[in-house]
Structures are given as structure tokens and as C-alpha cells.
Design a protein around this ligand. Structure first.
Ligand SMILES: *[C@@H]1O[C@H](CO)[C@@H](O)[C@H](O)[C@H]1NC(C)=O
Ligand SMILES: *[C@@H]1O[C@H](CO)[C@@H](O)[C@H](O)[C@H]1NC(C)=O
Ligand SMILES: *[C@@H]1O[C@H](CO)[C@@H](O)[C@H](O)[C@H]1NC(C)=O
Ligand SMILES: *[C@@H]1O[C@H](CO)[C@@H](O)[C@H](O)[C@H]1NC(C)=O
Ligand SMILES: *[C@@H]1O[C@H](CO)[C@@H](O)[C@H](O)[C@H]1NC(C)=O
Ligand SMILES: *[C@@H]1O[C@H](CO)[C@@H](O)[C@H](O)[C@H]1NC(C)=O
Ligand SMILES: *[C@@H]1O[C@H](CO)[C@@H](O)[C@H](O)[C@H]1NC(C)=O
Ligand SMILES: *[C@@H]1O[C@H](CO)[C@@H](O)[C@H](O)[C@H]1NC(C)=O
Ligand SMILES: *[C@@H]1O[C@H](CO)[C@@H](O)[C@H](O)[C@H]1NC(C)=O
Length: 785
């Protein structure tokens, strides 16, 4: 009986609830008029993809919004169009069509018509229809002409169609601009957008279309301007039942203007593409009245003001912004200090003289590792806050210190204390979890950009390598003058040069290049796509009159060998006193090179073997940041050079056994060479030169000797570079050097499968994986000469 009752109630409930279920119509006409939100009516497109009708407002459920949404997507908040988002109506409101063709949405009978751009009453149309593509049509009126925050596939994007984010803060206008607060443009596409097609192709005005990451997959798609000001193409993933962004205008959310109030710094660690925080800079606090940051202590005497340095922070939007050319920091500072209106200034340490004063206000502040600017904020001299926008720059400094002064060549000086301090700092920072986040960010950022470029999205972002004319190169290198030569090799000559814009470059003239122009262009594009802090950047190329020339960034300190093997060099370089590389810099060089090669091996779209890793190909930046040179070139070399065994690629001493054993060449050849370099970094000895060791024998082989000393006899100090041996402190350095030596031992194993991958090598050096005791390397060298 009880069961029967229950079933009875269930049936009653079922019927009542189903009767309150929306009734679906295929067109709305005078017959259904008026349409009240309480009527629970919906209008469906012929094939049921889209539905239109009144939906409760997300903020006040008793008020309603006339909307269009996807009928069948689980996430029913995905509204693609709405008539009255900002003016929700009560449940007795009505949508009416009168016999004279008047079309109205009114809250109360006497209220105004809330329909956007309502068609003129004289219209002879009498039906409201929802087309399959999601276009709501009433006579000549189309919802596609008045989009809200979304473009649907097949919807024409014209110069007059404007998207507005739901919160009303951001707009997409003129088919190409993202604008904040009416006129503040923060992103512009180089070509106007015309249409998002069903297959995931975006048609551009006057340029070839670009493809979404999931082009050609059968997906439900839309282009939407979010409340965070970013413009995204989204695809519905049918398995996960979520919308996935497949393209976005801004990869760094903090570049949107107006996300944070005046004075704030928008901060995103990059772990997602949409999360950010608004932080007040040091010396500033939240204002009580407005959404802005204000100075904690107002400056009375400008002459007594000081500046707080914020790394990787950029502000803009100051009134009457003045851009000065100040080659020295003090020149820039002295322009801002006495100026009462100057709140702070942006400065770049790249020698370009970039100095921009921000007057009266500071807007659109953001932190990003891709910014090269340092922002200096003026505060009162009594301000006690210190800048906390350095943490991340210190992390970067562990890869590439901004300014590190090296100790002078060794005397009997007591460097130990200093080194202990540096090493301790280094370790603390390295271990900090921030490093991981930061790297995740950079990696992801780079990956996304690379992906974007491959898919043609680069059209909207950055250009590829620049094509230089032969005349430009000639001018840059003073007609390839002898004094500009910085390197000569069988494969190429390298010249120092200076571009017209003042940028110093290294110009590499290739000889014996194979392949046609198209092939060359393709290879160069691939090389230029490889962005890594520890790879030398390719800026452009020249391919004229049969000359193939690559233009690289100039790396000022030259190659690692000049620093490592000073004593053994009797040549011209020896009179030049090079500073000593201390232990922490050596470690950083090792780690940087490992990461760069790991990137080449594992992260690049093309699998790139370096095949010639040696100290000569490791360049040191001004800051002793290592940069691997000469990568990606192997494919450009003449085929016979690769095939014939007589001309093994690489350099004696760094060649893996596979080259002579006729085994297949894999990424492990680079691991072997790196292992040799690593040992040289520790010992300061060229692996083929046995001179430094007290043991002299025919059979001397650097890895074996180092293994015997450091691992078997546990006398690490025996193998250390004598030049800086006295700065070695067991407590401070042992772990670090032990890691380098053990990693090197694994790298120089004779059998390739015994060697770790380059990614693993980087982790071993970082200390994020345990290093097992390595087996003793077997003697190997390429006989003869
Ligand atoms: C929506 O789902 C229903 C059943 O859940 C199905 O019958 C209908 O064909 C689907 N419509 C579309 C357009 O996918
Ligand atoms: C419609 O009327 C309701 C209740 O009278 C009110 O809360 C709401 O703000 C009105 N909407 C508009 C757009 O005037
Ligand atoms: C609407 O009326 C105009 C004249 O006022 C006429 O030219 C047009 O054909 C009509 N349109 C439809 C769809 O009936
Ligand atoms: C409905 O029509 C649209 C537009 O023509 C089309 O893209 C979509 O695939 C159709 N959906 C179904 C379920 O047929
Ligand atoms: C888009 O424009 C093309 C030509 O400009 C036109 O043929 C097409 O009907 C338009 N589509 C929509 C949905 O208005
Ligand atoms: C928007 O612009 C107006 C002037 O065009 C300005 O007064 C106002 O402060 C700006 N709002 C924001 C949030 O920047
Ligand atoms: C910093 O902001 C200024 C606007 O003042 C902008 O022109 C510049 O490109 C930005 N610099 C960087 C490195 O993002
Ligand atoms: C803006 O700068 C120019 C010079 O760059 C100066 O002549 C002008 O007076 C400045 N305007 C204000 C309001 O400070
Ligand atoms: C800097 O300090 C302020 C206040 O002390 C804090 O709100 C903010 O999160 C800090 N910023 C960073 C990047 O740690």
C-alpha cells in the first residue's frame, strides 16, 4: 500500500513537473503572443542545436533574461546571445508581436521596449525564428547583427559588430581591437577577423586564414570575449563535457588593461592562463575610497625621495608620457626625481636607453617575465618597505644573473666566505618551489607560442625570423672586414657586427650549404622557433646571391673554453686576463646547457640533435648566462659530410663511441659530449690534455681518472680546477660538485642506453632526482688523428 502511494505520488509529481517542462515551439508569432517568462516556452532551431527563451538571471533568479543557448550541452550556462543581460525582467514581463508587426520586450505594460535595436513597427514580418546556426531572425532584424559577447561559426564579423564582455568592461571592436573603458586598446590583430568557420578556421581580411589547434575536428565552437578581457576561441570537448580554449588573443592575462585598478600590479604566475592577483606595490596600500593603490607616505620633499626597484614590472597610462633616451640609469632617475608629477619610470638595462616616465598616475601595471623593463617607483625617503618584486628575478638570476661580478684571478685571497654565501643563496632559490612554477610558466608560454606559430597563429602574434638584405649585412660587418672576424671554421665564418638599429649581432656566413632556397628557409624558420634562455637566439637570415647567412644575437663574453682552459693557452688570448668562473657560475653554466639541450631534444617540435657540444659552442652572456650556439645546423650541412665516416661530425674528444662503432646515432651522442664538457667544467682540463694531472700515463683518460680520484678514492679536491681550488669549501660545494661529477660519469658511459636522457641529466644536476652511484667509465678514445 505504502509502495502504491509512493508510486502514485511519484506519478503525480512526474506529471506536474513534466507539465511545467518547457513547451517547445519552432517559431513565435502573434498566436503565441504575449510570451511571458512564466510561460516556460522555448523556441528551438529546426535541427535543435540552439534554443531561445527566458532564463533566470544568474544574479537574481526571480528576474529573467531572454537568451539563446545550446540545447544539448551539459553546461547550460553557455548563453551565446541575450537581449537584456543588463536589464532582467520580472516573470510577468512580456515579449509581444502585434498585428502591425510591432515587436516588443517590456517589463511592464507602460515600460520601454527593452529589445536591442528593435525593428521598426512597420515591418511586415510576423514571426520570430531561430535558425540552425543560432541566428535569431525577425524580418530583417538578426541577432547576428547585434552580438553580445560571442561570435558563432558562420556569423559575419564586420567593422561595425561589437562584442561586449558581460561585465561591460571590455569590447571587441572594428573586427580587430580589444578595448578597455571605451578607448584604451590593449590588443590589436594585424588583420581584421571575418569569420570563424565550423571546421575551426578563422578567415582574416587580407591575409591567409589561421587555424585553431583542433582544426578539422567536428566540434561545437565559439569566439567569446570573457569578463577577464581576453578573447578566446573555445571548442566543446564532447568527452570531458567542457569548453576548451583553442586560441586566445593574449597569452598573458595580465596584459589586459583595467583588470586591476590604478596603481595595482596584475600578477599571474602563469600556472593557468586565466588566474591573476592584483597587488599593491611596496610603499603603496589600498586606498579606502577608490579601487586603487596610493602611497603610504606622501612625499614632501622631492629631493629626498628614493626609488624602489620592481623587476619585470611595467606600468603605462601615465599622462603626457615622456619617453626619454637615457643610456645611464642615473640620467633617467634624475629626470623623474625632481618632477612632482612623476610617479615612477620604466627602465631597460639592455643598452637601448629606454626610459619612460609615468606622470600623475600609474595604470595597467603587470608583472611578467617576458617584460624586459624594470620599474622604479618614487617613494619618500622615510619609506621602510623594500621591494618584493625581486624574488622572481632572482630565480631568473640562477639561470642568468643580471649582474654578477666575478672574483679576480686567484691570489691567496679568501674567497671562501663569499662563495659560501653565494652558493647558499643559490641553493635556497633553486629549491624554492617558485622555480618550478616559473619554469612551468616559461615552458608553457614558449610551447604555446611555438604551437601558435606552427599553426599559423603567429600571424596574429609575432613575426618569424627577419630577412636581411645582403647590403644590410655588409654594412653591419663593415664589409666583412678581418677585424670583425670572431671565428673561422670549415663550415662557417663568424663576424661581429652591428645592425642599423644599434643591436650587436654575430653574423655567420655558411659555406657548403646544401639544398634549395625553400629548404633553407624552412630550416631557418625551425631554428628561429627555438626559444630558450640558454640557446643563442637567431634573429634573421640572408639568402641572396647564393650566400647563406644567419644573424644571431651577439653574446658578449665569448665561449666557455676561453675561461676554462686559460693556462694551457699560449695563444693570443692569454695576455687578456679573463675573470675566474667560480663554482656557482660553473654549476649554473652546466645546468643551463643541460636544460638547453634537453629542450632541443625533448621540447622542440623537430627533434634536434646538436652533435657538436663542446666548450667552444657554449657562449657566455654578459651575465655569464650560458647560451648554446650552433644548434639546428646539422641539417643544413652537405649530405656527404653527414654520410662519409671520414668526416665524422663533431669534435675529437667529445665524440661518443657510436660515431666510430658504426652504431646508430641517437640523442645520446649529445649526452656523451655534454658529460665530457661537464668534467672539463669541474676540472678545468681539456679532456685530451693530460697535462694537469700529476699522474701521466699513456692510458690517461679524463673520465676514468676523475672517477678514480673523486669516487673511488673519495678525494674530490684532487680533480678540481686548480685555478679556483682554493675557493673550494667542502661543506658548501661538495654536494654541488659531487652531483656534477656523478652526472658526468653517467653521461660518458660507453653504451648509449646506459646514459640518461638529457632531461634526466638536467634533473640530476638540479638535484630533483637521486643520482645512483655510476659505474666506472671504460676507456674510450678515437685512435689516430
Ligand atoms: C539532444 O539530445 C537528445 C536526447 O538527449 C537527442 O534526442 C537529440 O537528438 C539531441 N539533439 C542534438 C541537436 O544533438
Ligand atoms: C522589471 O521589474 C522588476 C520588478 O518590478 C524590477 O526589479 C526590475 O528591475 C525591472 N527591470 C527593468 C529592466 O526595469
Ligand atoms: C514587406 O513589405 C514590403 C513593402 O512594404 C515588401 O516590398 C516586401 O516584399 C515585404 N516583405 C515580405 C517578406 O513580405
Ligand atoms: C544543425 O545545423 C547547423 C547549421 O547548419 C549544423 O552546423 C549542425 O551540425 C546541425 N546539427 C545537427 C544535429 O544536425
Ligand atoms: C555573411 O556574408 C556573406 C557575404 O558577405 C553572405 O552571403 C552571408 O549570407 C552572410 N551570413 C550571415 C549569417 O549573415
Ligand atoms: C575611463 O575613462 C574615463 C575618461 O575617458 C576616465 O575618467 C575613467 O577614470 C576611466 N576609468 C577607468 C576605470 O580607468
Ligand atoms: C611597457 O609599457 C609601455 C607602455 O607605457 C609599452 O609601450 C611597452 O611596450 C611595455 N614594455 C614591455 C617590455 O612590455
Ligand atoms: C607634455 O609634454 C610636452 C613636451 O613633451 C610639454 O610641452 C607639455 O607642456 C606637457 N604637457 C603637460 C600638461 O605637462
Ligand atoms: C609584496 O608585499 C605585499 C604587501 O606586503 C603583498 O601583498 C604582495 O603579495 C607581495 N608581492 C609579492 C609578489 O610577493
Amino acid at each position: 500500500m505504502q509502495y502504491l502511494l509512493l508510486i502514485f505520488f511519484f506519478i503525480i509529481h512526474f506529471f506536474t513537473s513534466s507539465s511545467s517542462l518547457a513547451q517547445s515551439i519552432s517559431s513565435f508569432s502573434i498566436a503565441e503572443s504575449p510570451w511571458n517568462p512564466s510561460k516556460n516556452l522555448t523556441l528551438r532551431s529546426p535541427n535543435s542545436t540552439f534554443t531561445a527563451g527566458f532564463r533566470p538571471s544568474p544574479t537574481s533568479p526571480n528576474l529573467f533574461i531572454f537568451s539563446i543557448w545550446y540545447s544539448n550541452l551539459s553546461d547550460d550556462h553557455t548563453i551565446v546571445w541575450s537581449a537584456n543581460w543588463n536589464s532582467p525582467v520580472r516573470s510577468s514581463a512580456s515579449l509581444t508581436i502585434t498585428s502591425n508587426g510591432d515587436f516588443q520586450l517590456t517589463n511592464a505594460s507602460s515600460g520601454p521596449n527593452l529589445w536591442p535595436n528593435p525593428p521598426p513597427p512597420s515591418s511586415n514580418s510576423t514571426r520570430l525564428l531561430l535558425e540552425d546556426g543560432g541566428n535569431l531572425v525577425f524580418g530583417s532584424w538578426k541577432s547576428f547583427d547585434y552580438p553580445t559577447d560571442t561570435f558563432l561559426p558562420s556569423q559575419n564579423i564586420t567593422n561595425n559588430t561589437v562584442l561586449t564582455s558581460r561585465n561591460g568592461k571590455f569590447r571587441f571592436t572594428g573586427a580587430k581591437n580589444l578595448v578597455f573603458n571605451g578607448s584604451d586598446t590593449y590588443w590589436t590583430s594585424s588583420n581584421g577577423l571575418m569569420n570563424l568557420e565550423l571546421d575551426g578556421l578563422v578567415v582574416l581580411a587580407g591575409a591567409s586564414p589561421f587555424l585553431m589547434a583542433d582544426f578539422d575536428q567536428n566540434r561545437t565552437r565559439r569566439l567569446t570575449l570573457g569578463d577577464d578581457g581576453n578573447f578566446r576561441a573555445l571548442s566543446f570537448d564532447p568527452d570531458k563535457r567542457i569548453w576548451v580554449p583553442v586560441w586566445m588573443a593574449l597569452l598573458e592575462i595580465c596584459q589586459v588593461h583595467g583588470l586591476c585598478g590604478p596603481g595595482y600590479i596584475c600578477y599571474s604566475d602563469g600556472s593557468t592562463f586565466s588566474d591573476y592577483e592584483c597587488l599593491c606595490p611596496p610603499g603603496f596600500r589600498k586606498s579606502d575610497k577608490t579601487n586603487s593603490c596610493e602611497r603610504k607616505i606622501s612625499i614632501v620633499d622631492m629631493a629626498k625621495s628614493k626609488f624602489l626597484r620592481l623587476d619585470y614590472v611595467n606600468y603605462s597610462g601615465g599622462s603626457n608620457q615622456t619617453s626619454l633616451k637615457a643610456l645611464k640609469y642615473v640620467d633617467c632617475e634624475s629626470k623623474c626625481r625632481p618632477n612632482k608629477r612623476c610617479i615612477g619610470f620604466g627602465y631597460k638595462y639592455d643598452g637601448s636607453g629606454y626610459c619612460v616616465l609615468q606622470l600623475d598616475r600609474i595604470l595597467n601595471g603587470y608583472w611578467s617575465p617576458s617584460t624586459e623593463t624594470v620599474f622604479y617607483l618614487k617613494v619618500d625617503s622615510s619609506e621602510t618597505d623594500s621591494s618584493n618584486f625581486t624574488g622572481m628575478s632572482e630565480v631568473l638570476e640562477t639561470m642568468c644573473p643580471v649582474q654578477i661580478s666575478l672574483p679576480d684571478p686567484p691570489g691567496e685571497s679568501n674567497e671562501t666566505v663569499r662563495n659560501i654565501i653565494i652558493i647558499t643563496v643559490l641553493f635556497t632559490i633553486e629549491i624554492a618551489s617558485g622555480v618550478l612554477l616559473f619554469w612551468a610558466f616559461l615552458k608553457r608560454y614558449v610551447k604555446y607560442r611555438d604551437m601558435a606559430q606552427t599553426l599559423g597563429l603567429g600571424l596574429l602574434q609575432t613575426a618569424g625570423p627577419r630577412r636581411f638584405t645582403y647590403a644590410e649585412i655588409k654594412a653591419a660587418t663593415k664589409d666583412f672586414s678581418e677585424e670583425n672576424v670572431i671565428g673561422k671554421g670549415g663550415f662557417s665564418d663568424v663576424y661581429a657586427g652591428k645592425l642599423q638599429d644599434g643591436r650587436p649581432v654575430a653574423v655567420k656566413c655558411l659555406t657548403n650549404v646544401t639544398g634549395g632556397d625553400g629548404e633553407f628557409w624552412a630550416e631557418v624558420t625551425i631554428i628561429a622557433r627555438m626559444h630558450h634562455l640558454n640557446l643563442v637566439r637567431l634573429w634573421g637570415f640572408c639568402n641572396e646571391k647564393g650566400r647563406r647567412i644567419l644573424v644571431y644575437e651577439h653574446v658578449p663574453n665569448g665561449s666557455l673554453n676561453k675561461f676554462l682552459f686559460m693556462q694551457s693557452q699560449v695563444g693570443t688570448d692569454s695576455q687578456e686576463q679573463k675573470p675566474m668562473l667560480d663554482w656557482n657560475i660553473r654549476y649554473r653554466i652546466a645546468l643551463g646547457v643541460a636544460r638547453a639541450i634537453a629542450y632541443l631534444h625533448e621540447e622542440c617540435l623537430e627533434w634536434v640533435l646538436h652533435c657538436d657540444i663542446k666548450p667552444e659552442n657554449i657562449l657566455l652572456g654578459e651575465d655569464f648566462c650560458p647560451k648554446v650556439a650552433d644548434f639546428g645546423l646539422s641539417k643544413l650541412r652537405k649530405k656527404e659530410e653527414i654520410v662519409t665516416k671520414s668526416r665524422i661530425r663533431g669534435t675529437r674528444g667529445y665524440l661518443a663511441p657510436e660515431w666510430v662503432n658504426n652504431d646508430s646515432i641517437t640523442a645520446k651522442v649529445d649526452v656523451f659530449s655534454f658529460g665530457m664538457v661537464l668534467l672539463e667544467i669541474v676540472t678545468g682540463v681539456r679532456n685530451m690534455v693530460q697535462g694537469s694531472s700529476s699522474i701521466a700515463s699513456e692510458e690517461w683518460y679524463l673520465p676514468q681518472w676523475a672517477f678514480e680520484m673523486a669516487i673511488e678514492e673519495k678525494r674530490m679536491d684532487q680533480i678540481l680546477d686548480r685555478q679556483i681550488k682554493n675557493s673550494y669549501d667542502d661543506k658548501a660545494h661538495f654536494k654541488l660538485i659531487d652531483r656534477m661529477v656523478k652526472t658526468a660519469m653517467w653521461c660518458v658511459q660507453e653504451r648509449p642506453e646506459m646514459r640518461p636522457s638529457m632531461g634526466k641529466v638536467a634533473k640530476m644536476l638540479e638535484g630533483t632526482v637521486e643520482i645512483m652511484d655510476p659505474p666506472k667509465p671504460t676507456i674510450f678514445y678515437i685512435g689516430g688523428d
